[in-house]
Design a protein around this ligand. Sequence first.
Ligand code: F6R
Length: 615
Amino acid sequence: MCGIVGYLGHRQAYEILIQGLHRLEYRGYDSAGVALINDDCNLNVYKTRGKVSNLEQSADGKDTNGTVGIAHTRWATHGEPNDVNAHPQLSQSRSIALVHNGTIENYSVLKKALIQHGYSFESDTDTEVLVQLIEFIKITNGCSTLDAVTEALHQVEGAYAIAVIEDGDPDTLIVARKSSPLVIGVGDGETFIASDATPIVGFTDKVVYLQDDEIAVIRRGKPLQVLSLKDNKPSKINIQTLKLSLAQLEKGGYDTFMLKEIFEQPATLRDCLRGRIVDDCNRVVLSGVEINKDKFLNARRIVLVACGTSWHAALIGKRLIQEMCGIPVEVEYASEFRYSNPCLTKDDIVISISQSGETADTLAAIQLAREKGAFVYGICNVVGASIPRNTDSGTYIHVGPEIGVASTKAFTGQVTVLVLLALCVGQLRGTILPQTVHDVAKALTELPETIEKTLRLDSKIQELSRIFTYAHNFLYLGRGYNYPTALEGALKLKEISYIHAEGYPAAEMKHGPIALIDHEMPSVIIAPSDSLYDKIISNVQQVKARGGSVIAIVSKGNRAMADIADYCLEIPEVPECLSPIVASIPLQLLAYHIAVNKGKNVDMPRNLAKSVTVE
Ligand code: F6R
């Protein structure tokens, strides 16, 4: 987690760094800080607990001059969120400032050694150990700061993206990475660095994605220099063109990013589908699958690995692939898979699903899968992120930057790509009827309009949300394709409203959770008119018989449920395999309005961060 940003050029760095931190705040907002070297070559550091806006207030009126600087927004791992643990962290002499995204695993051993050499520590962070180590090496070896950073990075174990500046040297900015992302924006006489490309958008569209074990030196007036940390040899600099626009990073008139992202879904699904359904809806094309046709034809088994919301999408993917492609599928939490010594062969396909493409557990899971010889396929949103760079092939969901911490449009994009993938592989393997391909593909092309119609439920859901704002617990129930939808609905509610909610397969309820039902426990039932509809009706009766109130998500025109449930939200009818995409929309809106009614910050829920780059 954590976001880092840096600048060296001809403009005042402070405004650029603050704007960059705001764009990276989705990565963590426990504390924020900035270090600048002013016109007299003095290092100034300002940092504070809380959000970037707190930092702006505390730096107000202070010397924020300087054309080089680094900054940080934190998601706390080592040490509580307070001013002292905020980054930048400083070396003993207070002359080297460093910001860090990642975790130094051997920090306690290094710290002990430094204490023995007379070093003292102010913070509880692993980052302070790294910056102290750099200074220790610099003094002991009498070497340059660049050499000291390089040597220190040889000694640390773990993950890092770092940026370093030094008092008295306004002309140098050093950055390096291993397992945490870092992008360099190459402008005209100025250079930007950041954890992702968002702080760079609007300044330059030329970017270099620093690779693992690389260190880059940005010197005023000199070309960018990138070296391998392994052998100190220059690396090839691959300048790429960024395809992000400023409009994609702004709220566009909505109160929050989450609401914007919920309402954007007709457009994002249109982008996700573009060019992938051809021949009058008779064929689905995914180039990542087609160029690896043999792998999918000969697949013995598919393992889907993901975390959180992406794991819920994976559960839907399992059903889709098994039904349409006849391949056995397993779904694993990436965090469990990575330590499970999985049995994999070259005929297994491991598909990772990740919005950010930076989730540490998912990244480790695919690295393990590759080591074990499996073919690794990635479904990702962020173009050029670490996961797509570490897979054999893959498909982007193309839903644009998701900034709200709670995933919405990425979930519907992931499920849409999984439907496309199942159709495409099913066609190749001959395991799906052409008529089914046509019907599902046609419904997919109509999906943007279908979602637009579903979004019209918004005002009704807003009204409904008022009735349930102060509930303490919720149960979400679904079956078949919509059991994962229930899990996802429950997750949305808990993460932004802090109301406890559980998702359950509706029929499992009678094996335990039914004991929880009383008049204070509302249940949200996802019950579109599908093959399991009649079954779920009896599950709803069981809830009603025990005094629980029921909000039912049903297909348009359904009357039977209206007689039983307390509240019905009607969604357009779609093929069964697409119902999780449509049914998740009212669940997103319900969670959103309840959280807003409770006065919660839906874009930045407590304790969370958008990109989970730690274990
Ligand atoms: C919940 C949410 C998280 C992420 C999870 C995985 O709304 O966003 O549960 O789904 O942290 O993140 P990615 O998809 O980036 O790997």
